[in-house]
Design a protein around this ligand. Structure first.
Ligand SMILES: [Zn+2]
Length: 334
């Protein structure tokens, strides 16, 4: 299991303590994984489609335990997506009217008859308990964390601007310094840095994942120090480390704004090796590759990565502010 799925498994096991928080978590899950359907005769249905069966069970409990709603559950096979299976939960009829009202999508008209006002939930998040439930729901529905051995990055991909805006605001109110970017047409909020991600895990109530991250962070720091000590008799080790640090930053920038998957395989490989071994010398990186490549081979690829990152940085500067405009998806040639 990945670090990300371990953290989600821990969150999914959390008990449902207060109804206010259950509704806000459900609102975020609806904004990431839900859809509204209209039936004949003006009746509505609401459904959630998730791949994680444990998350489907949590949504089932969220509807059943506090509110007595019984969703229908069906499994959908995606024959073309390598046989992946997802669970679809749905609520219809009177239950749907009750839930759509609780999510503030329906409101009574002058005669007291509930009518649909919005196609997405509009949760009222006043209390700190609900704020963390909302962030947790968004992360469970559309979030991911990079394995801390490789780098510190947490992101949530929103389906629409309004949700991205509300989520970013809640995270900022909770003391998390969020960054925003548009990737493949979708707004993304993300956190960088071990401390920020550790804080987010604590906030969402995943102390196990937080401790694991802290342990990896300490090991990485110690390894970095040991490497620096081992390299200190080398003449220009300081300069090498500064160069390696600049390479890591450039690769992280590419990962955020373009995605490493857009790189040609040879460049992507070196980019990933650099993130996994932030202190290694270029010849060590070359030796880690299978089959090994020379220091000058690694150096050549690293230069192309730095040039691509420079291009992204210039596009961002031209756009005025971080994420105001999506950088062009120009391909890097090998
Ligand atoms: Zn609450």
């Amino acid at each position: 299991m990945s670090f990300s799925s371990d953290a989600k498994a821990e969150l999914i096991r959390l008990p449902l303590e207060r109804d206010c928080c259950t509704i806000t978590e459900l609102a975020a899950l609806t904004q990431t994984s839900g859809s509204l359907s209209m039936r004949g005769g003006g009746s509505f249905g609401i459904s959630w489609q998730v791949e994680n069966a444990a998350l489907a069970r949590r949504i089932f409990r969220m509807l059943k335990e506090p509110f007595g709603l019984t969703p229908q559950l069906v499994f959908v096979e995606h024959a073309r997506l390598g046989g992946r299976r997802s669970c679809v939960l749905s609520i219809e009829g009177e239950d749907a009217v009750w839930l759509l009202t609780a999510l503030r999508m329906m409101e009574p008209d002058e005669t007291g008859r509930p009518v649909l006002r919005r196609t997405l939930p509009h949760p009222q998040i006043g209390k700190a308990c609900c704020r963390r439930a909302y962030i947790r729901g968004a992360f469970l529905g559309a979030g991911a964390i990079t394995s801390p051995e490789k780098g510190y990055h947490l992101e949530i991909v929103a389906r629409d601007e309004g949700f991205c805006e509300l989520l970013g605001k809640q995270m900022e109110r909770s003391g998390l310094p969020v960054h925003r970017v548009v990737r493949r047409g979708l707004p993304v909020v993300y956190l960088k840095g071990a401390q920020e991600i550790s804080d987010a895990l604590a906030l969402m109530e995943a102390p196990g994942a937080m401790m694991k991250l802290e342990n990896i962070r300490i090991t990485r720091q110690m390894r970095g120090q040991a490497n620096r000590v081992a390299n200190c008799d080398e003449h220009n080790s300081e300069r090498q480390l500064a160069a390696a640090q600049a390479q890591v930053e450039a690769i992280e920038l590419l990962a955020i704004h373009r995605g490493l998957y857009t790189l040609p395989p040879g460049l992507r490989e070196i980019a990933e090796l650099r993130l996994e071994h932030p202190d290694a010398a270029l010849e060590e990186l070359g030796a880690l590759r299978d089959p090994p490549i020379s220091k000058s081979g690694v150096n050549g690829r690293m230069r192309r990565l730095l040039a691509a990152a420079r291009e992204v940085r210039e596009e961002l500067n031209a756009a005025g502010e971080d994420g105001a405009r999506q950088p062009d998806r120009r391909t890097v040639t090998e």
